[in-house]
Design a protein around this ligand. Sequence first.
Ligand SMILES: Nc1ncnc2c1ncn2[C@@H]1O[C@H](COP(=O)(O)OP(=O)(O)OP(=O)(O)O)[C@@H](O)[C@H]1O
Length: 793
Amino acid sequence: MAKKATKRKPTPTKRKSPFILSKQNKIILGSLLALFSIALFFSFISFYFTWQEDQSMLTEFKNRNEEAKNLLNKFGASVSHFFVYKGFGISAIIFPILLCISGIYMFLGLDRNGLLKKWIWGLIFVIWISVTLGFFATESPLLGGLIGYEINDFLQDYAGKIGVLLLLVFGLVFIAVRLFKLTPEGIASFFRSKKEALASEFKSSKKPEPETEESFLPLGQDDEPIIIDTYTHKAEIPHLEKEPVENDFEITVQTEPQAEEPQLNMEVEHIVEEQEEIDLLANKLVDDFGEFDPTLELGNYKFPTLELLDQHGVTGGITINQQELEENKDRIVDTLKNYKIGIAQIKATIGPTVTLYEIVPEAGVRISKIKNLEDDIALSLAALGIRIIAPIPGKGTIGIEVPNKNASIVSMRSVIASKKFQNAEMELPIAFGKTISNETFVVDLAKMPHLLMAGATGQGKSVGLNAVLTSLLYKKHPAEVKFILVDPKKVELTLYNKIERHFLAKLPDSEEAIITDNTKVIHTLNSLCIEMDNRYELLKLAMVRNLKEYNTKFKARKLNPNDGHKFLPYIVLVIDEFADLIMTAGKEVETPVARLAQLARAIGIHLIIATQRPSVNVITGIIKANFPARLAFRVTSKIDSRTILDAQGADQLIGRGDMLFTQGNDVTRIQCAFVDTPEVAKITEFIGSQRAYPEAHELPEYVGEDSGTSVDNDISERDGKFREAAEVIVIAQQGSASLIQRKLKLGYNRAGRIVDQLEAAGIVGPFEGSKARQVLIPDLASLQIFLDNEGAS
Ligand SMILES: Nc1ncnc2c1ncn2[C@@H]1O[C@H](COP(=O)(O)OP(=O)(O)OP(=O)(O)O)[C@@H](O)[C@H]1O
């Protein structure tokens, strides 16, 4: 998206200009413009031959019996009269030329930036030529047109003839320098090179050199041994210190430095030009075709509209219950008074779910004393979820958060529609919800750069994940971001299947884009590691430090797609129920996740990991260290809160989307935006019904150690029990090593080896995680035929 890097427009529905035409319309309009401009061109030309005869026709435009001599008849005569006679004279011809170029641009669907430049220069030319001709050709007004004449007249009244002449010369200099990039040095070197070319031509015509090797040899030096290079057959350099010899071109050049000075100057200029060549080429490509636009393939893609989201009954802001506020204030003041803590000042900020009471204690009160009263205050307020922030970072106050009796829902619609989100100039903006002071909370996932989410069951984790995904869907074009969704629960993220070919990425041979089984997760994570390495390689080649710089360079056409460069979308990997994965796959999952978390930030791969159980064996030290951004919904214990946030507080939340977010230092309390399943269904339906890419974004192939075997299908090297094992497997129609182990009383390793050989022979299918392998031979008779054929071939 060439335009995406610049300012975003306020509403997602109006991101594109309403004047964007479809490809067909562009072709139609482009050809119409080009043909019209050709007609106009000839009409202007013919005006110069027919204008006198057609003059009387101008008032007879409606009269169908009258005919004009102009090539375009009365229309041509009138338009030409307007543009040439009343307008700019002969320079009016530039208009059809500009129109023709515009038509070609439209026809070929080229970028409009280059065209705008041409129009600006065209208009400058039109005016300059018209005024110049108006100045010099006062006798023939048709050359400069009425405008040229009038401008001259006007200027001469104020600046006189000389003043206008100087202005015209300045115009010429301006055009020469800005458009043709002429400089005094450039002109001087041009003439110098011409002069030298002439001189050398003259010289060579005077002394024609015979085309033999001897012509390079110094003449008249018989007494000196001449060293001839065996490869080049030329005299070697040592002759330098010798007296200059007229006939020896090479030596003369090197022994007369003064005569060579102009040539040295020229060389310097040449080097400068060479250095700029890549940039010049890129600039030319951008001028001709415009910046690369990754969204072009789905050019008609429409962003989801706000109407797809519900208000959830919230139309206005938060309703303030004055009585509740007063009561809470009095209770806080009374409770603190009971403990002999005086309050100098108290202020309330009302949020969607909690109200923050900011207290300035009287001088001499110890902060730790108030902090220790947390439970007592909660008791006296008879409310759950009280949190004391002492002191509030950046302010000299103590905060007491008290849940509102009637919490209001923060709808996803309200946060998406907020100015803060709409105007967010972020790479991957996420609108989480609203803070305690009712401000929309927007953060950039690209800066986090990975997010860890935890919360006990039913506290709003799935809604939180949907809020993250919805935010990105409302802001990003399918070309800019791809999701990899891992959903071991198999039900939470299924709705996103509909946007598979727009927004999802998957392994080359997998059918389902949403990953639900563990083996596939391991493969996908390893495949992402390969993608990461590939991307680093591309970044290295492009000599940039991160994905943003890389894509900017690619859009500016400074990276050649023939060298493997391509526009790289962000990849967001979402793993729901991470605990479940770690429990079943352990290190196999942890290692690639840690590797990605450590290294993937620069190349645009971002991880979002959600878990119900934030225990230390799930969120291990290495994972924690690489996930500075953490989001905690309500958890069941202080320990869990510490594991996820490195601070307590998450155990005191009130649930239903009440959450704490930290990016390393401050902890912010946020009410998560609520987006319901039917809303997600509508959004995915809206996107899914639009034209899509032919396939989901393909990840690099990963060949796992356990998928397939490297065992050769060598009959002579097969285990002695191979045939028996094959029979057991075919009878049971179950390809498992443990079955062979039991039935044939073999050790595990030997049984495993036999299964590998069975796979290599094509009797059982590949490894499928916890499931038994598929048996590819239906019955014993078929097996018999199969093995006999194998032996015969
Ligand atoms: N931000 C919110 N605003 C209002 N209500 C919410 C919010 N988030 C969640 N809820 C309520 O809590 C319920 C449970 O939320 P959710 O399904 O997200 O929980 P969960 O943490 O994913 O649970 P589990 O881990 O069992 O899947 C929702 O159905 C909704 O009624």
